[in-house]
Design a protein around this ligand. Structure first.
Ligand SMILES: [Zn+2]
Length: 170
């Protein structure tokens, strides 16, 4: 999808260049179908190269970082997520968290920055009972570990985290 949009954009740029060249020289040296093939090849080559460099580079820099691994495992891609919005039609929610949020009448306050690991509703605390699904009510944090890995949320105490892990590991 992103690939197709990139090809169209590059093709338009190439057609403009072709038109400028042919007008300036009075020839029709470059034909539209040649431009189309060039556009496809350019996007495939440079897009593939850029994707490879970004992902390999981020993997080398942050491959050992559990938050980066959690980001990758929820469908995050450092290359596609950094593209301008014109190339990437995913919603802000999907870009940031890898899934959509539930459609409800309740609009959580802007200060609620965390995501329920089960239903992706915006919640006040990272580890809490979710108002929407209601994750956390049975003290089962399997969904948290599945989504974020073995990463202690910075805002909770070591003792609380040890307790959560102890319950999870049972
Ligand atoms: Zn939830």
């Amino acid at each position: 999808m992103i690939f197709g949009r990139s090809i169209v954009i590059v093709f338009v740029i190439y057609m403009t260049m072709e038109w400028a060249w042919n007008t300036a020289t009075g020839t029709s040296f470059w034909k539209p179908w040649e431009m189309a093939i060039s556009a496809v090849l350019s996007v495939a080559f440079f897009g593939g190269l850029a994707w490879l460099i970004t992902n390999v580079g981020m993997g080398l820099l942050f491959g050992g970082n559990p938050e980066y691994r959690a980001y990758r495992s929820t469908g995050g891609d450092p290359f596609f997520d950094s593209l301008p919005r014109i190339f990437n039609r995913d919603s802000q929610t999907v870009c940031a968290s890898g899934m959509d949020e539930p459609q409800t009448d309740f609009d959580p306050p802007a200060s609620w920055k965390f995501r329920c690991p089960r239903c992706n509703a915006r919640v006040q605390h990272r580890i809490d009972v979710c108002w929407s699904c209601p994750y956390g009510q049975d003290s089962d944090s399997t969904a948290y570990f599945g989504r974020y890995g073995n990463v202690k949320p910075p805002e909770i105490s070591d003792a609380d985290w040890a307790e959560i892990k102890r319950r999870h590991d049972v």
